[in-house]
Design a protein around this ligand. Structure first.
Ligand code: KIV
Ligand code: ZN
Length: 519
């Protein structure tokens, strides 16, 4: 009988804490729902002591998700653990994940503690967490560079104190597969009570070995693997969930383990994350990159036509990439649209269908055939408009060589329309300047990416921007056949987010002031 591998997804914690991947609570909730659809066993939702935003996200995800365990990270201190549990209290299956570094490098330079002190703190932290919840994970940060005998001592002691999962991260992505696998095997052989806990691994990708190390660990007895969608995470990222899950599925012939991930949800999860963060995957990324299932060389195409087995080790359908049998166009109605979305794995509410249908008809006026990629882009483009102040009413630009570009822009807040104009270095810059005059806020554009969703002259372009307003980075995303309009909509989304954040800040400052006045 094969053993199950528990998939612990840390996209919303380790992934989200990496630069350029931040999400707000609503976005994290959306991602968490998709992770639940993917059927991951554990969703690490955040690090509640780190910020109010992380705390809120863990709390809201705990309320919303019932099938997956929700984990919250904490350092090995009572204050952190309390905060983690406070956020987790509504979860159907809560897990406190507490950690401390165990390598001599970290003890000497970061913690300035002795091995004995760290051992004592670890045991105390696990005992403390155990009083709050049954499910307690303990991580030895920088395990792969720690002395293995010391690791064994700590592990045995924290299991004795009640830890149910022991995680041994390759925090700096330093290990190689044989070495990491040996570490797991040694721990299994030397720690007397190891059968009372699940052994977990958490690999970073600094040497590009995160998935290989995870597989080596599994072959040596690890039964939980920590990973992220698209492999996002600190520095070069974490082990990629889709690569690991598909390695398990594809090599069932030799692997003694399986996971319960619904791999057909992989592509959707990857696209959603890219849309939410603006962090696209490279075209040749394994499993989810645009080229992952395309065959260019003539000899390969010939082989594929004769039998897909010649050059395809897994099918696009197995990761949720589906090919249309039905081409949608301007004469397609709501029913056909709804059906196509269902075939693609999305069930839309009537409100979502209505919004998407409006966008669909607009696009169909410009583009003869609407492809699946366009539909997903339209759907992901449907932001929660109600929480935003402004939407684009109209845009005119005048541009050319040797002239300063001018933009005339109209924004509406639903009641009133605001109009302004500005010049700039090119049409996008001019429109951004006009936009900033209307919203009375000036931002610094730090990232601007434009990619084509499909191909051809009428292809939909997706624009991602990162803009700093008041020292905070806000992201924006939009899809349009017109790149200047898409660029303005993306910038407007970032500005709307900044305005919402500002309004929230002002109202909580007001509440604090009122409380102080009431004292
Ligand atoms: O990489 C690491 O060591 C971590 C731990 C906090 C689990 O992310
Ligand atoms: Zn990590």
């Amino acid at each position: 009988m094969k053993d199950k591998i528990y998939i612990f997804d840390t996209t919303l914690r380790d992934g989200e804490q990496s630069p350029g991947c931040s999400m707000n609570t609503k976005e994290k909730l959306k991602m968490a729902r998709q992770l639940e659809a993917l059927n991951v066993d554990v969703i690490e939702a955040g690090f509640p002591i780190a910020s109010e935003g992380d705390f809120d996200a863990v709390k809201e995800i705990s309320k919303a998700i019932t099938n997956s365990t929700i984990a919250a990270l904490s350092r090995a201190t009572p204050v952190d653990i309390d905060r983690a549990y406070e956020a987790l209290q509504y979860a159907a299956k809560p897990r406190i994940h507490t950690f401390i570094a165990t390598s001599d490098i970290h003890l000497k330079h970061k913690l300035k503690k002795t091995r004995e002190e760290v051992l004592e703190q670890s045991v105390n932290a696990v005992r403390y967490a155990k009083k709050l919840t049954q499910d307690v994970e303990f991580s030895c940060e920088d395990a792969s560079r720690s002395d293995v005998d010391y690791l064994c001592l700590i592990i045995e002691s924290v299991i004795e104190a009640g830890a149910t999962v022991i995680n041994l991260p390759d925090t700096v992505g330093y290990s190689i597969p044989s070495e990491y696998g040996n570490m797991i095997r040694t721990i299994r052989e030397k720690v007397k009570n190891i059968d009372k806990a699940i052994l977990s691994v958490h690999c970073h990708n600094d040497l590009g070995l995160a998935v290989a190390n995870s597989v080596a660990a599994v072959l040596n007895g690890a039964r939980q693997v920590e990973c992220t969608i698209n492999g996002i995470g600190e520095r070069a990222g974490n082990a990629s969930l889709e690569e690991f899950a598909m390695a398990l599925r594809t090599r069932q012939d030799i692997l003694p383990v399986y996971s319960e991930v619904r791999t057909e949800e992989i592509y959707k999860s990857s696209r959603l994350l890219s849309t939410l963060t603006g962090m696209m995957v490279q075209r040749n990324k394994a499993i989810v990159g645009a080229n992952a299932f395309s065959h260019e060389a003539g000899i390969h195409q010939d082989g594929i036509i004769k039998s897909r087995m010649t050059y395809e080790i897994m099918t696009p359908e197995s990761v949720g990439i589906k090919h249309s049998t039905l081409v949608l166009g301007k004469h397609s109605g709501r029913h056909a649209l709804k059906k196509r979305f269902e075939e693609l794995g999305y069930s839309l509410t009537s409100e979502e269908l209505e919004n998407v249908y409006t966008e669909f008809t607009r696009l169909a006026d410009k583009k003869k055939e609407i492809l699946d990629e366009d539909l997903v882009a339209i759907l992901n483009n449907e932001v929660d408009r109600d929480e935003f102040n402004y939407s684009l009413a109209s845009l005119q630009v005048m541009t050319g060589t040797g002239v300063k570009s001018t933009a005339v822009l109209e924004l509406t807040d639903g009641e009133q329309t605001y109009c302004d104009s500005a010049t700039g270095d090119g049409p996008v810059d001019a429109a951004y300047n006009a936009l900033e005059r209307i919203v009375k806020m000036s931002g610094q554009l730090v990232d601007y990416t434009i990619t084509s969703v499909t191909w051809g002259g009428d292809a939909v372009g997706e624009v991602f921007v990162k803009v700093i307003f008041d020292n905070v980075i806000f992201t924006g995303h939009a899809a349009s056949t017109d790149i200047v309009t898409g660029s303005v909509e993306a910038y407007l989304q970032a500005a709307n987010r900044a305005l919402s954040a500002k309004a929230k800040k002002t109202s909580s400052e007001g509440a604090v002031k009122n409380q102080v006045n009431a004292l």
